[in-house]
Design a binder for this molecule. Structure first.
Ligand SMILES: NC(=O)c1ccc[n+]([C@@H]2O[C@H](COP(=O)([O-])OP(=O)(O)OC[C@H]3O[C@@H](n4cnc5c(N)ncnc54)[C@H](OP(=O)(O)O)[C@@H]3O)[C@@H](O)[C@H]2O)c1
Length: 305
């Protein structure tokens, strides 16, 4: 179809798979990164948000920006400086893109940015969060809100602006599933916390296909929840991993206090969660390849680690 995209964070777990998927669909991919990686298959441009520097050649012939860059939310303890890095790597990078585009000639038509279901807050409630719902007020929600607000500035440039509120992306390598499944391979897997917290998830194939549809459908604009229509709670998720791997759950649930001791305050990412509605994306006529968890897990989990 001849579209050209610039992907920030194109070197990450989602970005690598998205780049290959889009290339296969004849979308020309280039990457905006903090450094040139020698083994990259894609033309790479460099930026440095800490010094507010960007190579504006990155926008040459670019139709859309796909903005995935950001320091891993779950990767390290949430110290004050890590929290600042998580926020700045999303908001300052977005502001840098905005400043660069507002001061140069380009033909960029829009920006499709990652956000997260954490926008609604990391709480376990009866809610089924929809796009029009208010943001939560915890750390991740505050980051997502500030990130989306920064992305929404691009509307002032007349550009199409889409924020994808992504659930946990299930993929073979590099995502949360690898870590979640590991204890089950070792026969020590069990549900976390009280097991009632919902896990909004999406298979990488569906995320890639939703991003392609978003590129192609110029009427898609604003926030979209990106999660499968069949979220399950942590106990059910654990049971399904065990079933797919043909393992038995024999240990009790890992208590929330123990996770907090090991992980610090970011343990809420594992111990809390509510439903997030897929209705809006379904209304775009998007058809999920993996609407149900069992199918998704079977496609991703090998019987050996
Ligand atoms: N994976 C999920 O389950 C999930 C769920 C919801 C939302 N998301 C969001 O989707 C996006 C992509 O996720 P991912 O799992 O692919 O992330 P990832 O593997 O951690 O990759 C993110 C990329 O961002 C860049 N980056 C990392 N730290 C940075 C920093 N301190 N400053 C600036 N750039 C930095 C890196 O690119 P360079 O080294 O090339 O600069 C990195 O490859 C993220 O923003 C994430 O929050 C992911």
């Amino acid at each position: 179809m001849g579209l050209k995209v610039l992907i920030t964070g194109g070197t990450g777990s989602v970005g690598r798979q998205l780049s290959d998927f889009l290339s296969e669909q004849n979308v020309e991919v280039s990457i905006l990164s903090r450094s040139i990686k020698n083994n990259s298959k894609y033309k790479t441009y460099v930026w440095d948000h800490k010094n507010f520097l960007i190579d504006k050649k990155a926008f040459d012939n670019c139709d859309y920006i796909i903005h995935l860059a950001g320091a891993g939310i779950a990767d390290k303890r949430w110290t004050k400086s890590r929290k600042k890095e998580i926020l700045d790597s999303r908001v300052i990078t977005t502001n840098l893109l905005y400043k660069a585009l507002s001061t140069s000639n380009h033909k960029v038509k829009g920006i499709i940015s990652a956000s997260a279901v954490g926008f609604y807050g990391q709480t376990t409630t009866e809610s089924n969060f929809k796009e029009e719902d208010q943001p939560g007020n915890d750390f991740v929600a505050t980051v997502c809100k500030a990130w989306e607000d920064a992305v929404n500035q691009f509307q002032k440039l007349g550009m199409r602006t889409v924020n994808l509120r992504i659930g946990i992306v299930l993929m073979k390598k590099g995502g949360a599933l690898e870590k979640m499944a590991q204890p089950f391979y070792w026969h020590v897997g069990s549900p976390l916390g009280n097991g009632k917290q919902i896990i909004p998830w999406i298979h990488i194939t569906d995320l890639n296909r939703i991003i392609l549809q978003t590129l192609q459908s110029t009427d898609m604009e604003g926030p979209y929840n990106c999660c499968a229509p069949d979220p399950v709670n942590n106990s059910e998720f654990s049971a399904q991993i065990a079933a797919v791997l043909r393992k038995r759950i024999w240990l009790p649930k890992v208590p929330s206090w123990a996770l907090r001791l090991i992980l610090g305050s970011r343990s809420v990412l594992l111990t809390e969660g509510s439903r997030v509605s897929a209705e809006k994306i379904l209304q775009t006529k998007y058809k999920f390849t993996y609407p149900q968890l069992e199918l998704a897990l079977k496609s991703l989990l090998a019987s050996k680690p």
